[in-house]
Design a binder for this molecule. Sequence first.
Ligand code: ZN
Length: 230
Amino acid sequence: MSDRSRIITSALIVGLVTPLGAATAPASGSDGSQSSPVAAERGTCRTGKVALTFDDGPQPGDTGKLLRVLRRKHARATFFVQGYRVRAHPKLIRKITRAGHRIGNHTWNHPDLTGLSKRQIRSQIVRTNRAIRAAGGPRPTLVRPPYGATNDRVAGVVKQLRMHEVLWTVDTHNWSGGSVDAIVHRALSAIRPGDNIILMHDGVATSGRTVKAVPRIIRGIRKRGYCVAP
Ligand code: ZN
């Protein structure tokens, strides 16, 4: 338990102090960021911060819908993507990056990393980083191990690659069914003063419900005095 919370905490700190420009440089580019989502959040973090994270994508259709919802709410998120999907849909990586969101590494094809050798773990992560770069994204600094499954070997490889593991503090179980109300309730009832990381999924069968839940989650987060931080 303490190992787990240490990982969450250290990753969060890294996530929060890493200069945003590194991961989201295109946001300040020519496509006009006059209504910067970050600026919209300033001064609203009195209770804490909430990072919205979407795993497993990108996926045509679903990812675009999520991006539209996030844009409407001026909220930035982190997308933990799978390498094989990035290779299949590189344009979506550019779309996510251009919108000012952060891209994280969710391995090539979602194995339980704790069952793999060092060499295999490294390959899962490095191949995915290369696919993200080849698609026009920034080099990711964050890794989310599938299923949140990690051990010393996984942590060692991630560290060698000068990356950081990020788990989560709130699981919406949005992949396993449940209504929009249930997803919203799970998210909002579990956030606590301080730093929070909400786990959701992109490109899963229930993505339609997630897209409906996200604006309500963002509204609820802000109403409670938290801000949405990527
Ligand atoms: Zn996943």
